[in-house]
Write a protein that binds this ligand. Structure first.
Ligand code: C5P
Length: 218
């Protein structure tokens, strides 16, 4: 029996990660942070000093990559046996991830790795193409977005809380550049599935978004 899936797609900083984790916890379902898989490719190519223009080497590294996800208190990700959790959240990692994510061969290699997360009792999958490509047959789909200003402000606050130096204007322009790349690529672009529930979280609390998503499942 195929496990049920709830997909949550949307642009960077809309709150997908936080909402998905909370919903998965409430439902007792598994959680797939598909962005972390693309981010792992970004780290792998940086470690191997591969140029972003060298598609065939990027494809080789993606094929050879062994990823392990461990759920302790927080998610731990290991790439070829090495803990890369701390590097995953960096802005630079996200920017490189969105460039490798535009390579069709990379997406094709990562497709099965993502589908393997579909396990009983259910899966909450967060990303850009969860409802349109990877789990297009999902029973429940959400497209979660927020204005670019709000998304930049949230990211800025997160970085400042972690005592990482940040500039709001730079973050906003990087977020917009990344969204643009994600929406305009030919292969599996960021788009709302026709059967998805649209939620704009600009003026909503995390809890009210979680409630709205849980209502959809109920
Ligand atoms: O969600 P996150 O910011 O971690 O994703 C990093 C990048 O990975 C995105 O900007 C996007 O280019 C890519 N990605 C993707 N498809 C997904 C998830 C992430 O192309 N399903």
């Amino acid at each position: 029996m195929l496990a049920p899936v709830l997909t949550i797609d949307g642009p960077s900083g809309a709150g997908k990660g936080t909402v998905s984790r909370l919903v998965a916890k409430k439902l007792g379902w598994h959680y797939l942070d598909s962005g972390s898989i693309y981010r792992s490719v970004a780290i792998a190519i940086q470690k191997a000093s591969i140029n972003l223009g060298d598609i065939s080497e990027i494809v080789k590294v993606t094929q050879a990559m062994v990823l392990e996800f461990e759920c302790a208190d927080a998610l731990i990700v290991k790439l070829n046996g090495i803990n890369i959790t701390d590097q995953l959240g960096l802005e630079s990692t996200g920017n490189i991830a969105s460039q490798v994510a535009a390579i069709p061969e990379v997406r094709a290699i990562l497709l099965q790795k993502q589908k393997d997360f579909r396990q009983l009792p259910g899966l909450v999958a967060d990303g850009r193409d969860m409802g349109t490509v990877v789990f297009s047959d999902a029973e429940n789909k959400v497209f979660l977005t927020a204005s670019a200003e709000k998304r930049a402000e949230r990211r800025y606050k997160q970085l400042i809380e972690k005592e990482i130096d940040a500039n709001l204007a730079t973050i906003k322009s990087e977020i917009e550049a990344r969204d643009c790349r994600d929406m305009e690529r030919e292969n599996a672009p960021l788009a709302m599935a026709s059967d998805a529930l649209y939620i704009d979280s600009s003026d909503m609390t995390i809890n009210s978004v979680v409630e709205e998503v849980l209502n959809l499942i109920r």
